[in-house]
Design a protein around this ligand. Sequence first.
Ligand SMILES: Cc1ncc(C[n+]2csc(CCOP(=O)(O)OP(=O)(O)O)c2C)c(N)n1
Length: 442
Amino acid sequence: MGCGNCVDVCPGNPKAEGDYKLALKMVPFDPESEATKVESANWEYAVKKVSSKQSLVDVASNPKNSQFATPLFEFSGACSGCGETPYVKLITQLFGDREIVANATGCSSIYSGSIPSTPYTTNEKGQGPAWANSLFEDFCEFGLGMELANEKMRERIEKVMTEAIAADCTPADAKALFQSWIENKNNAEETKKLAEQIIPVIEAGKDKCAHCKQLVELEGYLVKRSQWIIGGDGASYDIGYGGLDHVIASGKDVNILVLDTEVYSNTGGQSSKATPLGAIAKFAASGKRVRKKDLGMIATTYGYVYVAQIAMGADQAQCLKAIREAEAYPGPSLIIAYAPCINHGLKAGMGKAQAEEAKAVECGYWHLWRFNPALEEEGKNPFILDSKEPDYSKFQDFLKGEVRYASVMKQFPNEAQELFNASEEMAKKRYQSYVRMTKMEY
Ligand SMILES: Cc1ncc(C[n+]2csc(CCOP(=O)(O)OP(=O)(O)O)c2C)c(N)n1
């Protein structure tokens, strides 16, 4: 996207400390140059001839491998350096061929639905995410409806298959496959393999077998779907919060991704309940006076909701692990992802958005953790604090590196330091509340 974050984060071949070769290099783009012609031929070759490792077993094991999977979210119209899009892209690399997205209105709906084009795309088999945008205030209910509809259709498949197994008209090879599907219907990888075997058999049998005929109509539901619900902090913490709460309480297998820019980004940076104390935002012109809501902690009180706080640029492995665990958890999941935004006014520039995420975690401004109810079932503490003990000596410098804080200093010099100190105190309190969670007896 021209921001240069990729250059900043993609490791080369460091052989010794200080000898850090970058794998990528930014060069000026001249569409007429010979070099560009060679690169366009290389690009065409890579897109058409080089297949990526799409098998989940291969790609999901670590961040490096995950990047060999073809992204099914490509060139979006988001701001260069946007902190949101890398999370959206990663999810398509892991689950894109069976992903469904219910998207709240906000930046993510605008860059994802830039009609008549869309950055969502398909793999070589023509499979890719299905996507739709709903309102700002009901995006979670919208996704829950998709999940319920999908469950219903799959119950129908199971019913027809059960009847087919008992019927005389159904071919014998189909019966064994149906039995296997019934036993593995919630195993994504198995259903992918089984769907490839079942579809030709039911297509061939549909004229002689009434059950096969019905199953042909339902064949789009054979593969276990990956239901995602994506929204910003305005939608999740504020306006769609009632729905979010209702949906996580439902116990249904949906994955909610909150892209937390700490403001309503798409409408120009209004304050939300995710805006931290001390930050300037619209409707908080002299710096917000109350602290950020801890949406993640609220969600953990259900006990059966998978919850994680992530920041890709701070810990890629933790980010990948949380997204995979959330998707695998057979109930509701909520991932809150830190996303730098042009509204923050990064003094280092949006080309350093990933690096800013690392700084935010290092100084204790943002925290990485996971709450996995599956661990509780094993008698373990479900709460895992992934952030190291923060280095608070860097906290004030972090704030001064962003215009949303630095401008408080300029406009309200008398109150600024007091606000910044309070902001640091709040961050410490929040970290301590996570430390307490790690000490709970189970
Ligand atoms: C009920 C309602 N109020 C206001 C709007 C206008 N609106 C559209 S997007 C948006 C901001 C979204 O902010 P957020 O959820 O934080 O997502 P971001 O843009 O930051 O990704 C607003 C206020 C709307 N679409 N619907």
